[in-house]
Write a protein that binds this ligand. Structure first.
Ligand SMILES: N[C@@H](CCC(=O)N[C@@H](CS)C(=O)NCC(=O)O)C(=O)O
Length: 202
């Protein structure tokens, strides 16, 4: 049975969302998003940096959310929620899948650090402002690609699990502008999916 090491309000929600979309059985180790759990010796043995998500599958132990999504889609879903390698959608699938951790999550990380994680006296408004502007700029191509489409490559896919979740987080930090109407609609469609709702309530 797949075992997911999880903490709420984190990227680990992506993996719960995927498992729920695929209706795969799994066991959940729900930790607090707090150093007492994440930096414990027990969890550092699973992830050297003490982060989530971590997936265990028999002898396999894997961290890095994108790798976990790919692993589940390949080993447990025979390529489901993923276009065929020779399909016209495949290049865009790869691009948007990786745009998540490559372009959108770095400024989100900075925003989280300078609004939540650092003590107030160490938070820097200049750094925060730069990260918010960078995030909004990074979302503009996502808004553009969504014109006339329900999901990033048309049909719902693993790219939405990754980048859709990051767009939801971006919206919560106020970086999706009112002009980004296609992106706003996309986030609403994601929020309406029962598997996403279940993941966010986990
Ligand atoms: N690129 C990694 C990032 C993992 C990561 O930074 N996870 C965050 C939660 S969103 C975490 O565990 N942070 C706890 C900490 O840094 O102490 C992934 O996608 O899995």
């Amino acid at each position: 049975m797949l075992k997911l090491h999880f903490a709420p309000n984190s990227r680990a929600g992506r993996i719960v969302w995927l498992l729920e979309e695929l209706e795969l059985p799994y066991e959940l180790n729900r930790m607090d998003f707090h150093p007492k759990d994440l930096k414990s010796d027990e969890h550092r043995a699973r992830h050297p940096l003490g982060r989530v998500p971590v997936l265990e599958d028999g002898d396999v132990s894997l961290y890095e959310s994108g790798a976990i999504v790919e692993y589940i889609l390949e080993r447990h879903k025979n390529g489901g929620l993923k276009p065929a390698v020779d399909s016209p959608e495949f290049p865009a699938y790869l691009q948007w899948f990786h745009y998540c951790e490559g372009m959108i999550m770095p400024p989100i990380n900075t925003i989280v650090v300078h609004t939540l994680l650092l003590p107030p006296e160490r938070r820097d408004e200049t750094v925060l402002g730069q990260a918010k502007r960078l995030l909004t700029r990074g979302l503009e191509p996502v808004n553009e690609t969504l014109a006339g489409k329900d999901y990033l490559i048309g049909d719902f896919s693993g790219a939405d699990i990754m980048l859709g979740h990051a767009c939801f987080m971006s919206n919560r930090s106020g970086c999706v502008t009112d002009e980004m109407t296609d992106l706003k609609g996309y986030i609403s469609r994601i929020e309406a999916r029962p598997a996403f709702q279940k993941a966010m309530a986990t």
